[in-house]
Design a protein around this ligand. Structure first.
Ligand code: HEC
Ligand code: HEC
Length: 199
């Protein structure tokens, strides 16, 4: 009897996790890859690369879209239908979100190869160091503290986010807002060139 019980417990232990666990790789392939790329390095310059972000950061970002706290921009990938992040996350369970977050967090972020203004980038580096490095550490290359990676992110995407922050269309943490609101338009341009320059 004891032996049988043990056999049953063991077989449950082996099969149960597979039966209930969401598969991050297939969710990514079916629901994300057309826009963000198979490995989270986006082929579209208006769609951010998300490879190598932290699990917690990705989870928070996806939940913000799901809750409607962050508004997604509509996008039509080459081989797919137009949709946005709010619609994509609407039907996702907590398990789905966790699984796909773990999948993309395990991939390596590849900086986008793009044009940039080297002079402005130098000025941007100083502005970053003074105002942004505290949270976006390693020149914006770190995903620690659950922030998005800025270094090597697509420029058209960054330009759009800077505009949304500036116009109050996207919320930002209070402490970031304190720094961000002091930036001139020229400061913002220089910062964007700095992030784009890190390749
Ligand atoms: C139709 C294209 C499309 C699909 C499909 C899509 N995304 Fe997005 N995603 C975007 C765009 C565009 C943005 C940036 C603009 C915005 O806020 O909507 C974005 C933003 C994000 C962000 C925020 C990144 C940051 O730096 O702040 C995350 C995380 C994300 N997507 C993850 C996913 C995951 C995971 C899936 C699949 C479950 C997915 N996306 C499916 C287009 C898409
Ligand atoms: C107190 C910490 C903090 C400071 C200081 C800070 N940020 Fe942020 N930043 C964050 C956090 C947290 C997020 C994610 C917020 C979210 O998704 O709602 C973020 C998001 C961003 C994003 C959006 C990235 C994306 O892909 O979603 C940009 C761009 C950005 N910050 C730029 C800056 C710049 C430029 C500065 C300096 C002027 C700065 N931040 C200072 C914490 C900070």
């Amino acid at each position: 009897m004891k032996k049988l019980a043990l056999a049953i417990t063991t077989s449950l232990l082996i099969t149960a996790p597979f039966a209930v666990m969401a598969d991050g790789a297939s969710i990514a392939k079916d629901k994300c890859a057309a826009c963000h790329g198979e490995d989270g390095n986006s082929p579209n310059d208006k769609v951010p690369s998300i490879a190598g972000f932290s699990v917690d950061g990705l989870t928070e970002m996806l939940n913000a879209y799901k809750a409607g706290d962050r508004e997604g921009d509509k996008f039509k990938p080459e081989d797919g239908e137009e949709t946005d992040m709010n619609a994509v996350t609407k039907e996702m369970s907590d398990d789905d979100i966790k699984a796909v977050a773990e999948f993309y967090a395990s991939k390596a972020f590849k900086p986008a190869v793009q044009e940039f203004d080297a002079e402005l980038a130098k000025i941007g580096a100083k502005i970053h160091e003074k105002n942004c490095e505290k949270c976006h550490s390693e020149g914006g290359a770190s995903a620690e503290d659950d922030v998005a990676i800025l270094a090597g992110q697509w420029k058209p995407y960054l330009i759009e986010q800077f505009e949304e922050f500036s116009e109050g269309e996207r919320d930002m943490p209070k402490k970031m807002a304190k720094k961000f609101k002091k930036l001139s338009d020229d400061d913002k341009k220089a910062l964007i060139e700095y992030y784009a320059s890190q390749q």
